[in-house]
Design a protein around this ligand. Structure first.
Ligand SMILES: *[C@@H]1O[C@H](CO)[C@@H](O)[C@H](O)[C@H]1NC(C)=O
Ligand SMILES: *[C@@H]1O[C@H](CO)[C@@H](O)[C@H](O)[C@H]1NC(C)=O
Ligand SMILES: *[C@@H]1O[C@H](CO)[C@@H](O)[C@H](O)[C@H]1NC(C)=O
Length: 319
């Protein structure tokens, strides 16, 4: 009797909580999400996760609260990037002097092939983006690093750098003023290898309280143990000594949690980690969904392990 009275109410409650859950952030298979705040909206620029030959365009998503998302379809595709034919992935985005830059990898490039890291630009976050160079910015394999998974970092002095690299090697490079060419680093080289212990791909950097946090993904992207680890340093150039893993699979929630980015809420010491994971019942390696959690710090500045959730998060309204 008790059950028959309560069960419709419980059902209603679970339907309401289902409606309010924000993981995955939006429907569809999307990986390698790059989160950023542009004006009064949160944005996510992910990889469209499909077999390489079908992974030929990018969608973007924007939200006022990290819960309700608007899809901006096909902000860039292989019709615009004529040298890219397949496997476009892992955007890195930022705004500079009123223009919106969109870096991406294309073609899963190997030695002697055309492909690598490209750069596009637009007047608005939702595009349309146009290929700036009409060719890759970095095509060659330097220091053993596949030219993919770039992250463009603006240092506190305003200088832009880029971390990039697959195949377990990571390079650091520096840009000219309009992101069309590399310029030498302080030591005179164009490419500085900064690979931390256990690094595989997916580098990311942010500064908090004067400390440089360098983060990356480890493990096999198609497998269950893909994960995110980090180092802390007093300089953009490192050294980057591995501290530990802060994001990984949870046997009760999802597998393969990795390839992340960080959204900092403006004017608050509040951080969200945006990442992809594979639902427990999915084995297709491309069945990855974009999720968001809070990321918190200990008093000594180290990052607390992130808890994977079904509920997800709500982001504060942006100024
Ligand atoms: C970028 O700057 C260089 C000089 O530093 C100039 O030659 C080039 O035309 C500029 N490219 C674009 C797309 O603005
Ligand atoms: C920033 O770092 C200083 C010491 O370097 C420390 O005293 C302070 O608590 C830190 N602030 C935060 C918000 O972690
Ligand atoms: C996994 O579960 C979801 C939600 O119930 C379902 O839509 C999907 O088809 C399942 N996937 C597989 C491979 O069974």
């Amino acid at each position: 009797m008790l059950i028959s009275i309560w069960s419709p109410i419980l059902l209603l409650c679970s339907l309401i909580s289902l409606a309010l859950t924000s993981n995955p952030a939006f429907p569809g298979w999307y990986a390698d999400p790059e989160g950023i705040v542009y004006g009064n909206r949160y944005w996510i620029f992910p990889t469209y996760s499909a077999p390489f030959d079908e992974q030929t365009f990018f969608d973007a998503f924007s939200s006022p609260d990290l819960v309700t998302w608007t899809k901006h379809p096909r902000i860039l595709d292989t019709n615009e990037v004529t040298w890219a034919t397949r496997a476009m992935w892992a955007p890195s985005v930022f705004e500079h002097e009123g223009k919106y830059y969109f870096f991406f990898g294309a073609n899963d490039v190997h030695e002697g092939e055309v492909g690598g890291i490209g750069v596009a630009v637009a007047d608005k976050p939702e595009g349309p983006y146009r290929d700036i160079l009409g060719r890759p910015l970095i095509n060659d394999i330097v220091n053993g690093a596949q030219p993919i998974d770039q992250f463009v970092f603006k240092d506190s002095d305003g200088q832009f750098y880029m971390f990039y690299g697959g195949w377990s090697r990571c390079n650091l490079v520096k840009f000219n003023s309009n992101f069309t060419a590399l310029v030498p680093l302080p030591d005179g080289s164009l490419f500085m290898e900064v690979t931390p212990q256990d690094y595989v791909e997916g580098p990311f950097m942010f500064i908090r309280n004067g400390t440089y946090y360098f983060m990356w993904s480890e493990g096999e992207w198609a497998g269950p143990d893909y994960r995110v680890s980090y180092a802390m340093s007093s300089s953009v150039f490192g050294p980057f000594e591995r501290i530990g893993t802060i994001l990984e699979q949870d046997a009760s929630i999802a597998r393969g949690a990795g390839h992340h980015s960080i959204i900092k809420v403006p004017n608050e010491d509040k951080y969200f980690i945006v990442y992809h994971r594979r639902p427990l019942n999915e084995t297709d390696m491309n069945h990855r969904e974009t999720c968001i959690e809070e990321m918190n710090f200990n008093n000594d500045g180290t990052i607390r392990p992130v808890k994977l959730t079904i509920e997800g998060v709500t982001g504060p309204a942006l100024p």
